[in-house]
Ligand binder design. Sequence first.
Ligand code: NI
Length: 185
Amino acid sequence: MILPVYLYGHPVLREKAKEVPGDYPALKELVANMFDTMYHAEGVGLAAPQIGRSIRLIVLDGKPMSEDFKECKDFRRVMINPVIEEYSDEEISLEEGCLSLPGIHEKVERAAWIRIKYSDENGVEHNETIEGFAARIVQHECEHLDGLVFIDNISAIRRQLNKGKLNNIIKGTTGCSYKTKAVGK
Ligand code: NI
């Protein structure tokens, strides 16, 4: 089932999301719905707060990026209660977007690789080192769980240049090919 994507300005995107308990109701259905929503919107990652649930759950599928970034080819993951345990010293600056901020693309510096631990939807624990653009997607989605969005990382000047677009997103007047929920509507 495709769910509406909550847009920038909605308070749920600014909350610190809660840990997902082992007995969270209908978790697999929620995960399936998040994948449906992400694929429909042609995204490569989606965090639960973006569909209005303030819990520490992200879904990822880097396949659309795999022509340019081979590390994204088989990078499909469900991450529950993810914790990034190590960031590389090396950082890379590349352009990003976000389904909650349609029409905005800005360069963001991110660690070149990360080491992360998380559980999957079957309760299996994973400890993984992820690199390249896949690591970027994970870092972007994990930020959502702490109430941050990617433009929090850009300069005040760049944010100012996007002010008109941001106001339109808040007002709900930004055209979008997928279902959205703006705070102003
Ligand atoms: Ni995002």
